[in-house]
Design a protein around this ligand. Structure first.
Ligand code: UDP
Length: 237
């Protein structure tokens, strides 16, 4: 399959049309942004890590019964995916306090929860992706009740599968963000990416951060962290 016209350019990926109207090609860039685009930079090799890692995770999740948009990896940065219309919700699952959760509720990072939490943000850059609950999402017609139930069920399933998977690699899955899409027939599938850009990964022994927080917080060792998590994932498969 080949790239035709560019449909969209986002912060970290470009999306191209293909000869198949039901498919797109996603192309991962090394560009990094944080804080709603206020902080910009490049992370060398990130596009390759995020593309290949996402595809491995999507295939693992498909096997475990979570439908995804994944079709075929074309090259180290390019992947064919099913065309979807994205449900404008960021779905965040947390196992351990960190980031905006810790800030919002005035708690330290690293508190292990008895049960995972779920929250939604309304995907809207102009508004800064505000926190939203499922009643608000329904009121705004962002998704139907059934779709929200399906999304919640899949999101917790993704957590179960990935938490276990990463623990075997000596990595704690702290939290992550998912996006879902609708196929032409309305089927909900997992879309977007699962990568160190969208997950927090802490080394199980040292709690060293192996994710985008190193970029967000100017901690250094950003590229090395992406390579380390990628190495563990590719050596495990
Ligand atoms: N996240 C993301 N995109 C966003 C916001 C969050 O991928 O626009 C991911 C982030 O990498 C983390 C999880 O979602 O793994 C929870 O992020 P949080 O709400 O703590 O926000 P942050 O501290 O990143 O602003």
């Amino acid at each position: 399959m080949e790239k035709k016209e560019q449909l969209y350019e986002g912060k970290a990926k470009k999306v191209f049309a293909t000869e198949d109207a039901a498919c797109c090609i996603v192309s991962y860039k090394d560009d990094a942004t944080a804080f709603n685009g206020e902080k910009r930079g490049t992370i060398a090799g990130k596009g390759v890590v995020n593309n290949r890692m996402t595809n491995l995770m999507m295939q693992l999740l498909e096997k475990q019964g979570v439908p995804t948009h994944f079709v075929e990896e074309l090259s180290e940065r390019d992947t064919v995916v099913k065309k979807v219309s994205i449900v404008p919700l960021e779905v965040i699952i947390r196992n351990v306090s960190a980031g905006s959760f810790a800030k919002r509720y005035g708690v330290e990072e690293g508190i292990v929860f008895d049960e995972p939490t779920i929250e939604f943000s309304y995907k809207n850059d102009a508004l800064g992706d505000p926190l939203i609950n499922s009643y608000h999402a329904l009121a705004l017609k962002l998704a139907s009740k059934e779709e929200i139930e399906t999304i919640k069920k899949y999101a917790f399933k993704v957590n179960e599968v990935l938490k276990e998977y990463f623990l075997q690699l000596g990595v704690k899955l702290i939290d992550f963000k998912l996006e879902f899409g609708r196929l032409a027939d309305g089927t909900i599938v997992l879309a977007d990416e699962i990568s160190p850009d969208t997950c927090r990964f802490w080394d199980a022994k040292t709690n060293e951060k192996l994710d985008k927080d190193r970029f967000r917080r100017d901690m250094g060792g950003v590229e090395a962290a992406y390579q380390e998590i990628f190495k563990r994932v590719t050596e495990a498969k």
